[in-house]
Write a protein that binds this ligand. Structure first.
Ligand code: NDP
Length: 241
């Protein structure tokens, strides 16, 4: 039986790379985006070419009611997922004294509440499935060490680490593993204009990372071989911390 994995925020960047890698590694995929339907449709076409089943869900992860309704409807029609990659996220950087209330709220709502809004409706169905499962949550080097200008983002990404560690304990007996991946500086739309000599000097490997390098780690965590890895934070950051 082929397993299905939902990848949130898979229209571009790291999420897109994860969806493609998981498809290449034999999983069927539920793609997800907020409003870039054309971009996500092109990812779907690439996945079909790999011979895997794919479908698309579009909702804002901050919209709890819609997220729950769409996920429950999808599960009712197609069956429970083997795994979920909670990847959708945003930044809104600024020095703390100048940070706007909106920038605080949006970053917390998308990154941290977004995890709750997506993973909560999936958890009981995954438990009832009575089979191994995988939950992988995208944290960040900012959540591990805190970054200047990212008090909001660091708080959300550190919060995810706490949530993952607690949920991993709750689900361990059910054979559902729960882990964080914490990327460093990865070349995507999110980091456009941020990758300069000063930033690279901080990285022991002296280069930025590629989405595919994060995707490889996520796919390993979803594999049968990773069945005894849970409650962990796996950093993919060129030695940044
Ligand atoms: P991108 O900005 O390239 O892509 C973000 C994705 O998240 C898009 O698919 C976007 O959908 C989706 N998304 C954003 N907000 C929402 C929302 N409210 N509801 C639904 N979907 C949403 O980001 P990256 O690929 O760089 O980042 C992916 C994850 O990795 C994020 O969680 C990020 O915090 C984390 N990360 C990234 C790092 C980096 O250096 N790039 C480093 C560490 C962590 P749409 O296209 O529809 O807008």
């Amino acid at each position: 039986m082929t397993h299905t994995i939902l990848v949130t925020g898979s229209s571009r960047g790291i999420g897109r790379a994860i969806a493609l890698r998981l498809a290449r590694d034999g999983f069927d995929i539920v793609l997800h985006c907020r409003h870039r339907r054309d971009a996500v449709k092109s990812v779907a076409a690439d996945i079909r070419q790999l011979g895997r089943q794919v479908r698309i869900l579009c909702f804002d992860v901050t919209d709890r009611q819609t997220a729950r309704a769409m996920l429950e409807a999808d599960i009712a029609e197609h069956g429970t997922y083997y795994g979920v990659i909670c990847n959708a996220g945003i930044t809104a950087d600024g020095a703390f004294p100048a940070l706007s209330d909106d920038d605080w709220d949006n970053v917390i709502h998308t990154n941290l509440d977004g995890f709750y809004n997506v993973v909560k409706p999936l958890t009981m169905p995954m438990i009832r499935r009575r089979s191994p499962g995988r939950i992988v949550v995208m944290s960040s080097v900012s959540g591990l060490m805190g970054n200047r200008g990212q008090v909001n983002y660091s708080a959300a990404k550190a919060g995810l680490i706490g949530a993952v560690k607690a949920l991993a304990v709750e689900l361990a007996k059910r054979r559902i593993t729960v882990n964080c991946v914490a990327p460093g500086l990865i070349e995507t739309d999110m980091t456009e204009g941020e990758i300069d000599d000063e930033a690279l000097k901080m990285i022991p490997m002296q280069r930025s990372g590629h989405s595919e390098e994060v995707a490889a780690t996520v796919s390993f965590l979803c594999s049968t071989d990773a069945g005894y890895i849970t409650r962990q934070v796996i950093a993919v950051n060129g030695g940044l911390c």
